[in-house]
Design a binder for this molecule. Structure first.
Ligand SMILES: Nc1ncnc2c1ncn2[C@@H]1O[C@H](COP(=O)(O)OP(=O)(O)OP(=O)(O)O)[C@@H](O)[C@H]1O
Ligand SMILES: [Mg+2]
Length: 393
């Protein structure tokens, strides 16, 4: 287990199991979707900031669905994770010809170690049920290489601790078999988070909860807000005020055994207080997104679908500033239809999504289009409006 004294890891690398479990210097590299929803075979290269752009129904949310599925496996178990995405039959790619077997492969890296991966392939059994065809992980940290291989019935673990094959129940993930390697991969998958704020969940009276991890719909904002340090709360209020004019203060309110948030909004003469229920949808949605980014249990990759929804166009550059600031803390993936957002991003951050023969395709922007932008002939937002953001093929 110990590192050879002559081998020196790069500065800041996770070299011990403890540091690795704390996800020190974890970077998601890519996500490959095969026969998954509208994708036949596509790879999203991830970076500090990535924005998926493309027409309605091109496959942006389907790519996000893959991330949600991966995140849900350790949280809810594979059968529930599949059910939450509409069931196996809905997940597999449908097109002419034989039915296809969906698979996902997530690549990630700890510091400068070799690139790690987790891969899951499902297959059909009678009825509309599925089986795990193959599941594998290889995790590299420091000089270590840990992993497992499963054929859906038996898991072979390769780590210093565990060498004996363990059985896995039909339809279950090898991640539930309790090995340290599985635990490590669970941690990695749980550090993915897709935020889908539901303003009415934010507005509803909430039960105080002990989980500090942000619920994707915003249904535990009071507990997460309560767990913020004073400095974080101030940061949150400042960011929200940059989007929603007049927000001056936010406080937690206990109403009997429930909680809600009180928003103080400045007018010319005095501050007026409104409970979350009385705040606008756009305010609640922005608040939820900002809180998701500032939560203490910060995800390593945060996904936000169409962050522009319900936000005034005048606040769009502020929103992009905040998202880009977040990209220094975690990786950020967004989907967007906003020309203003696209204009504010470096063109390298864009991934074009489009449909070809009933199949979603995804690629960075072509060199030719980058050149057009570099020479100032058109802005990325103008190209988006004209449906002329050409993908690199
Ligand atoms: N199992 C499947 N096999 C093949 N295609 C599918 C499958 N499930 C969904 N689709 C296609 O994917 C489309 C939905 O794609 P998605 O929700 O990712 O679009 P989007 O790019 O997010 O669009 P919008 O901008 O409107 O949100 C459906 O309209 C359908 O055409
Ligand atoms: Mg969508």
């Amino acid at each position: 287990m110990s590192m050879d004294a002559n081998e020196v890891a790069a500065d800041g690398d996770a070299t011990t199991l403890g540091e690795t479990l704390a996800l020190k210097n974890l970077q998601f590299k890519s996500l490959t979707l095969r026969n998954f929803l509208s994708y036949r075979d596509a790879t999203i290269e991830l970076g500090d900031f990535v924005a998926l752009v493309g027409p309605n129904s091109s496959g942006k949310s389907n790519a996000v669905a893959a991330i949600k599925l991966l995140r849900d496996i350790p949280t809810h178990g594979l059968p529930n994770a599949v059910r939450r995405r509409g069931g196996y039959d809905q997940l597999r790619h449908r097109s002419e010809g034989r039915p296809y077997e969906p698979s996902l492969r997530l690549e990630f890296q700890f510091g400068s170690a070799e690139v790690s991966h987790y891969e899951l392939k499902l297959g059909s059994v009678a009825g509309k049920r599925y089986e795990v065809k193959r599941e594998s992980a290889h995790v590299y940290f420091g000089r270590e290489e840990w992993g497992f291989e499963s054929d859906g019935t038996r898991v072979e673990v390769h780590s210093p601790e565990e060498e004996r094959p363990v059985p896995v129940a039909p339809g279950q993930s090898a991640l539930s078999t309790g090995s340290l390697t599985a635990f490590l991969v669970q941690r990695v998958l749980q550090s993915l988070q897709a935020v889908e704020i539901n303003p009415s969940s934010v507005a509803d009276l909430q039960e105080p909860s002990s989980t500090r991890q942000f619920e994707p719909d915003g249904s535990n904002v009071t507990s997460v807000f309560e767990s913020l340090t004073a400095a974080r709360r101030t940061e949150l209020v400042d960011q929200l005020a940059a989007i929603v004019p007049g927000i001056a203060r936010i406080e937690l309110r206990n109403l009997a055994d429930r909680q809600t948030l009180a928003f103080y909004q400045a007018t010319e003469s005095k501050d007026r207080m409104f409970l979350a229920k009385q705040m606008s949808d756009g305010t609640l949605r922005s608040f939820g997104i900002l809180l998701a980014m500032l939560q203490p249990a910060s995800p390593s990759l945060i996904v936000i679908e169409e962050p522009e929804i319900a936000i005034h166009v005048g606040a769009m550059t502020t929103l992009v500033d905040i998202l880009q600031q977040q990209a220094n803390v975690s990786q950020v993936l967004i989907t967007t239809h906003s020309a203003d957002i696209v204009n504010a991003l470096p063109i390298e951050d864009l991934r074009v999504v489009w449909t070809e023969n009933g199949e979603s395709r995804l690629a960075p922007v072509s060199d030719h289009t980058r050149d057009v932008v570099r020479r100032g002939l058109m802005t990325p937002g103008e190209l988006l409006r004209a449906d002329s953001l050409d993908p690199a093929l």
